[in-house]
Write a protein that binds this ligand. Structure first.
Ligand code: ADP
Ligand code: ZN
Ligand code: ZN
Length: 800
């Protein structure tokens, strides 16, 4: 009987975004299963594809055959395949793009495959491998051995290794193994002269050692010996030194001190119990763990995971990329040891692949990682935790444009397990859902050590200007920094880079030029000295006088960390400053190095961008200064106030977490702005209610959903025409509640010589919207081949 595979081929295009039937060659009939990659003929090319199903018949005749198998075990399990289909559907991405996003980059590159014999006691396998440790895939295929090898792969007799051709190679380490039995070692010891103490120690070690091998380095440490002695014993033929493949554990050079669960405080206990009980019901439930900074959320994550592991299940912990610091990783590694895999972008492709393999092979039970770790190939998920759930980096700004929170909940439904969203400043969307009981709210209102939240002082920078202070530092901030230096305490200074230099503001009164239609600030476009609204297209020239106070000090804004460092050096020459920004942390490990220096008190001041707002927990930080609280406030983004409030709250949380009391100075040209005032009062709820009113008035999330459509083309007229057609088409299709903003030029009006235009759809319920949007993509398919680009971002976070 014939057997057919349904294959999604690697062509990201609408008309091929569906399975094609291929005949499975006789020899592979029992091997091919969903989630494996194959090479198939497509048109006159050979393409890679994913098998998504198999069947005994096809409605098509004259099927082409699969050319080549690329895997022997699925690289995407069935649950992830269906999750991929869901993502493709929800985010309007192609299925192939969704599948690719789930795999480590190394599996997308060119590689060679070979089998490694693991169980040398298996005679049949020994024979097949002809005494070699490895066998090339091609050879195995020629021998017709793939079906057998697939079986052995499942029962652990062999392993299949993908060796990437580019740079990413397996790492080896010098290792030692014993070649003798315990008795033979005993005899050898007896035969050695009593003075050969050092050699005897090594032999004695191997008498009691029960592992397969030990690295030379570890052996040296364990028996306090030298390479020369190990060599000498090896020359006797008793032990052997060889190169052992090791997976590159990026944290292997760290010694993590084991940590024990702490007795929980009552609020923590209640939260942990609710999560663990839910995990045991097998129903999917989403928790919003709302706890101030330092309230012990991480300890709850740890103990919930512990309970889940005890049931034989696995855990995913998502952390924003910039918060994925060694400090954070250490907390998980020190509790769960080698069961923890870490996935983040600073790892090389090879390292990521190794971590992914640990998960896939069941060696790791907990993964801590950035956004894409939500796809960790676990089979038996028991919990998904998303720390700092409000962070926008959980949204992927590239196809597939998924949000890790939505994917996590969808995945958790398939496993019947809880999702825990943790934050001191939950996103408005999540808090609103908790209000509607779609999420279960868990609260931790106080810090663990009862230390008070730091006192926040807001300094009006226009006042400073009136007093002739034109530096980045207010008098009071300078004063306080000097105080800390005298007391040998530490200072963190945040320079808010987001929204940098793109808005126009009056230096005297803080007035920011806003769009008359949209209540968001206008963006400064240097080329034409114009200000534009990103949402509706309104524009005007930069005024010469402030419309509010007539001052001439109105101009666009911005300053960099380097400049701040220089002026600080002039103002307080004795301050030792560590600067942390994209420039100083681009090298791998430099982030960690700088933090360690700061922790070891090699500096008094840590000056940096957003990346210092998270996760820092040093006892001697007693002063936090925010140099420019406003910049973000004027981004052309309806989330501007929310982001400002979150950032100020986060960074304040860095001060006085331990015995010393902390203090925060916030410098602002808009000291009365509600996001700054509520942050000053540590009043999340106050902020939430205020901001909800603003969102309701503006018809923004969480009251409305958004979809952003962007069209770009080298020919500006074509881009304009297309976006107009799309807008018109949609106007006829949407319900009366829906609002379409635009079309307007995108705020980045041209990228790579392509003109960009956009429109934003605001809607409440539009069940047909996705289908209509797909129709649009389909309609412009031919144009897209010629270079027209249409992107559709469902629930966008970046509006440019
Ligand atoms: P969050 O994640 O909410 O910012 P953390 O989990 O980092 O808070 O906790 C803050 C500090 O309190 C950490 O140093 C942590 O070890 C400590 N801590 C947490 N829970 C307890 C507890 N039950 N008893 C004692 N110390 C705790
Ligand atoms: Zn003014
Ligand atoms: Zn506008």
């Amino acid at each position: 009987m014939q057997k057919i595979a349904q294959v999604i081929v690697d062509v990201p295009a609408m008309q091929v975004d569906r399975p094609f039937d291929y005949l499975i060659p006789e020899a592979w009939r029992d091997i091919v299963c969903p989630g494996m990659r194959v090479s198939v003929p497509f048109g006159n090319r050979a393409l890679q594809g994913f098998v998504v199903g198999t069947s005994d018949s096809s409605e098509f005749s004259k099927l082409k055959e699969i050319r080549e198998m690329m895997d022997l075990a699925p690289v995407i399990n069935e649950e992830l395949l269906s999750l991929g289909d869901w993502i493709a559907e929800e985010t309007l991405a192609y299925r192939i793009t969704a599948y690719q996003a789930m795999l480590p980059a190394a599996l997308r590159a060119k590689y060679e495959k070979y089998f490694v014999l693991l169980d040398t006691a298996n005679d049949e396998a020994e024979r097949l491998f002809e005494g070699y440790e490895t066998m090339d895939w091609k050879k195995a295929e020629q021998l017709g051995a793939l079906p057998t090898l697939q079986k052995w792969l499942k029962n652990g007799t062999v392993d299949l290794v993908y060796q990437v051709k580019t740079k990413v190679t397996k790492k080896t380490m010098r290792a030692v193994r014993s070649l003798c039995s315990v008795q033979q070692l005993e005899d050898a010891i007896a035969g050695l002269s009593k003075s050969a103490k050092a050699q005897i120690k090594i032999l004695q070690f191997f008498q009691v050692f029960d592992g397969d091998y030990i690295t030379v380095k570890e052996l040296r440490e364990r028996v306090q010996t030298t390479d020369a002695t190990i060599q000498k014993v090896a020359s006797l033929g008793l032990i052997e030194i060889f190169d052992q493949h090791v997976s590159r554990d990026p944290y292997e050079n760290h010694d993590f001190e084991a940590s024990k669960p702490l007795p929980l405080l009552p609020d923590q206990q209640a939260a942990r119990d609710a999560i663990v009980n839910s995990a045991q019901t097998g129903n999917q439930e989403t928790f919003l763990l709302y706890g101030v900074t330092g309230s012990g959320k991480t300890e709850i994550y740890l103990q919930s995971i512990e309970a889940v592991l005890a049931e034989g299940k696995e855990a995913i912990v998502l952390v924003p990329e910039i918060a994925l610091t060694p400090q954070m990783v250490e907390r998980f590694k020190s509790r769960f040891g080698k069961q923890v895999a870490v996935l983040h972008s600073a790892l090389s492709a090879g390292e990521k692949y190794d971590e992914w393999r640990k998960i896939e092979q069941g060696k790791a039970k907990v993964v801590v990682g950035a956004r894409s770790a939500v796809f960790a190939p676990f089979m038996n998920l028991g919990i998904i935790i998303i720390d700092e759930e409000h962070e926008t980096s959980y949204k992927q700004e590239d196809n597939p444009r998924y949000h890790a929170r939505d994917v996590a909940i969808e995945r958790a439904k398939r496993h019947g397990c809880p999702v825990v969203l943790g934050s001191a400043t939950p996103s408005l969307e999540s808090f609103a859902r908790a209000g509607k009981k779609r999420y279960t709210l868990l609260e931790l209102p106080t810090r663990v050590n009862d230390s008070a939240l730091p006192e926040v002082t807001v300094v009006d920078m226009s006042e400073e200007l009136r007093n002739e202070n034109r530096t980045e530092f207010s008098a009071v901030l300078l004063e306080k920094i000097k105080e800390r230096l005298a007391k040998k305490e530490q200072v963190v200074l945040l320079l808010n880079r987001r929204g940098y230099s793109s808005f126009v503001m009056c230096r005297d009164c803080g007035y920011v030029v806003e769009c008359p239609n949209c209540s968001i600030s206008l963006t400064y476009h240097q080329a034409h000295n114009q200000m534009k609204c990103h949402y509706c297209g309104y524009q005007e020239a930069v005024p010469h006088h402030c419309p509010s106070c007539e001052s001439e000090q109105i101009r666009y804004f911005g300053t960099g960390t380097q400049k701040v460092q220089e002026s600080l050096a002039k103002l307080i020459p004795e301050a030792r400053v560590i600067r942390m920004d994209v420039d100083t942390t681009s090298k791998k490990g430099s982030h960690e190095k700088l933090l360690n220096q700061f922790r070891d008190k090699e500096a008094d001041v840590l000056l940096g961008t957003q990346m210092i707002a998270k996760g820092l927990d040093f006892p001697d930080i007693t002063l936090v200064g925010v140099l420019n609280a406003d910049t973000m406030l004027h981004l052309p983004d309806f989330r501007a106030s929310e982001k400002t409030f979150q950032l100020l709250t986060q960074v304040s949380g860095r001060a006085g977490r331990h015995l010393l009391t902390g203090e925060v100075i916030v410098q602002s040209y808009n000291p009365e702005h509600y996001s700054i005032q509520y942050a000053k009062m540590h009043d999340y709820l106050g902020f939430y209610h205020h901001e909800m009113r603003v969102r309701k008035m503006g018809s923004y999330p969480p009251f409305y959903y958004l979809t952003l459509i962007n069209v770009s083309d080298e020919n500006e007229m074509k881009a304009v025409r297309t976006i107009q057609e799309i807008t018109q088409f949609l106007q006829g299709k949407l319900g009366p509640d829906a609002i379409i903003l635009g079309p307007v030029p995108s705020s980045i009006a041209r990228i790579k010589n392509k003109y960009r235009y956009q429109c934003i759809i605001k809607y409440k319920v539009e069940p047909q919207l996705n289908a209509e949007l797909k129709n649009i993509l389909q309609h412009y398919q031919k144009e897209q081949v010629k270079g027209l680009t249409i992107t559709m971002d469902v629930q966008p976070f970046v509006m440019m």
